[in-house]
Design a protein around this ligand. Structure first.
Ligand code: PMV
Length: 339
């Protein structure tokens, strides 16, 4: 039996714009997906995922869920998660040169599905690590990030950037610009996450931004301006020259918060926020957060705020439509073995 875990992430800056070659800075957070893999003697893949949905589910199939329309999966989101498990299995089989390898797989996750926290990337990254190790193949975190990106790319019809998978595999704060992905130094940023209980349709939201960008020069410029915000934010982090894990100073938090607010405003202008996300963002700001923005594709799901004090958490707890609020430490370790 091999067990691996990998973290989810928040976008400090740059979602959506990253799809068009602008840089983005996602940060891994201490909310993890854990995948347990047991090789089988046949080519069957059996997946049990207790907490990917409220009901939990268990399915057994060989090949892929696409070829097995009779496989009973409870919700579209869980169905999507199954697609990611399939793609992770394919990558592990390919890495090990074992196309017929079968597995019993258990997925456990602390990351809400489809809510902008990189749940699918964490499952794919942990799944590839556990399944390859089960087949006696040891991949580096960068190799896992690359295979996880291929897997996401396939499931999302070519719409995925490398951001989620790279952050999850490597941990810490990272910078992604096209195919160029690098870890960057960041202090221990005091992230607070608010969750509206919903999720967005990433494909539709990305298509909406693309249509605006094609239609209006000012929308294309908005995307480029998000890139400028990211470059500014990166420069702040580089100038702060903080050791990973050190407490950030107040000036840095103030400046990053201002950029997060700006970034959220531009995402709102591009049509990817929602009434509930905006209301959580404003609640966080009134709770004294240095800044707040949606994270991920938008449409519904999570916001991220910066606040070292408990005030933002309290403000969010009392905000109608806020289903969950939690503090999210920067995860300094990416994918790791848990066995
Ligand atoms: O919702 P998430 O966490 O999968 O983030 C989507 C981010 C986008 O920039 C909209 C798409 C992408 O693949 O980068």
């Amino acid at each position: 039996m091999t067990v691996s875990s990998a973290p989810g992430k928040v976008y400090l800056f740059g979602e959506h714009a990253v799809v068009y070659g602008e840089p983005a800075v996602p940060c891994a957070i201490e909310r993890r997906a854990t995948v347990t893999v047991d090789p089988r003697d046949d080519d069957v893949v059996r997946v049990v995922a207790e907490d990917l949905s409220l009901n939990g589910f268990a399915v057994e199939y060989s090949g892929s869920t696409d070829e097995h329309p009779d496989v009973d999966v409870p919700t579209p989101l869980v169905e999507a998660a199954m697609g990611y498990v399939d793609a992770a299995v394919d990558q592990a089989r390919d890495a090990a040169g074992a196309p017929d390898a079968g597995f019993d797989i258990t997925v456990e996750s602390e990351i809400p599905l489809g809510a902008g926290l990189g749940s699918s990337a964490a499952v794919v990254v942990a799944g590839i690590d556990a399944a390859t190790r089960a087949l006696d193949v040891e991949l580096s975190p960068r190799e896992i990030a690359d295979r996880a990106y291929q897997a996401e790319h396939e499931v999302q019809d070519g719409q995925a950037s490398r951001a989620d998978t790279f952050a999850s595999a490597m941990g810490g704060a990272v910078r992604v610009e096209g195919d160029d992905c690098q870890p960057i130094d960041a202090p221990s940023l005091p992230f607070v996450v608010g969750f509206d209980g919903g999720s967005g349709d990433t494909g539709k939201l990305v298509a909406g931004v693309r249509a605006l960008r094609d239609r209006y020069d000012f929308a294309a410029q908005t995307v480029e301006t998000i890139g400028d915000i990211v470059r500014e934010g990166e420069a702040l982090l580089a100038d702060a020259d903080a050791e990973a894990g050190a407490d950030p100073d107040e000036d840095l938090l103030e400046a990053l918060g201002e950029l997060m607010n700006f970034n959220h405003g531009l995402l709102e202008a591009l049509g990817v926020s929602s009434r509930s996300l905006d209301s959580l963002v404003w609640a966080a700001r009134s709770g004294d957060a240095y800044g707040a923005k949606l994270t991920g594709a938008g449409g519904g799901g999570c916001i991220v705020a910066l606040d070292p004090t408990p005030e933002t958490e309290t403000a969010l707890q009392y905000t109608p439509g806020c289903e969950d609020v939690f503090r999210a430490e920067l995860a300094t370790t990416g994918v790791r073995a848990e066995d």
